[in-house]
Ligand binder design. Structure first.
Ligand code: AMP
Length: 224
């Protein structure tokens, strides 16, 4: 199954993707995570990407699409992927359609996380990240066992540069200008499923699980 998670920054797409891959074993492709890796690797391209990310702007379509299609063509993506943070523009959505077609694959569903700005800002401003393993926490909603320390790696958590209040404001504005259109794009294709991005993660996961089973996209293993 190939699935796109669509919604504003702070909608909880990454958290749901983690829960979905644990439950169904699909490959998680997060363009944000891929781009952060490219920044860490440095070089000219890394520096260029960093400038866009730190201001909350989108990285150019061709750079992101190349990275995603290369990743999707690796053998471990054969059984399906969860695309988190991609596509974010109409051009990217069309590139994704084309790339899937060329591999005789298709997009099975799009989950649109309808999320209020208030909830998105609250989640992003309280988000803390482990620099080593990339695990996300929230100071109130998902606190680590020891304050500000990663449960797994035992290293200090950081606040992402682009989670600063000014950049968050711009990221949400960029979403409104560049990405929101995709709701119409996927609705017209009959692929869009709206879910409530404001609710707590476990409740939303249960809702998604029921939805995917109803659509026959994952096996219904309830024996009773
Ligand atoms: P995220 O982790 O999904 O919030 O992404 C963090 C940042 O990475 C975004 O604000 C963009 O600068 C960049 N980014 C992630 N995905 C894309 C994409 N599909 N197209 C362009 N830029 C992206």
């Amino acid at each position: 199954m190939n699935m796109v998670l669509l919604g504003p920054p702070g909608a909880g797409k990454g958290t749901q993707a983690d829960m979905l891959i644990k439950a169904y074993g699909l490959l998680h492709i997060s363009t944000g995570a891929m781009l952060r890796e490219a920044v860490k690797e440095g070089g000219e391209l890394g520096a260029e990407i960093e400038t866009y990310m730190n201001s909350g702007e989108l990285v150019p379509d061709d750079i992101v699409t190349k990275a995603v299609t290369e990743r999707m063509n690796k053998p471990d993506a054969a059984d399906g992927v969860i695309l988190d943070g991609y596509p974010r523009t109409r051009i990217q959505a069309e590139s994704l359609d084309k790339a899937l077609r060329e591999e005789n694959k298709s997009l099975d569903t799009v989950l649109y996380f309808k999320t209020s700005e208030e909830v998105a800002v609250y989640r992003l401003s309280g988000r803390r990240v482990c620099e080593k393993c990339g695990k996300n926490y929230h100071v109130v909603n998902i606190p680590p066992r020891v304050e500000n320390i990663c449960d797994k790696c035992n290293v200090k958590l950081i606040q992402r540069e682009d989670d600063s209040p000014e950049t968050v404001k711009n990221r949400l504005a960029v979403y409104g200008k560049r990405t929101k259109d995709l709701i119409v794009y996927y609705n017209e294709k009959g692929l869009l499923n709206e879910v409530d991005g404001d609710v707590q993660a476990k409740k939303l996961f249960d809702e998604i699980d029921i939805l995917l089973k109803k659509k026959g996209l994952i096996e219904n293993d309830d024996s009773n």
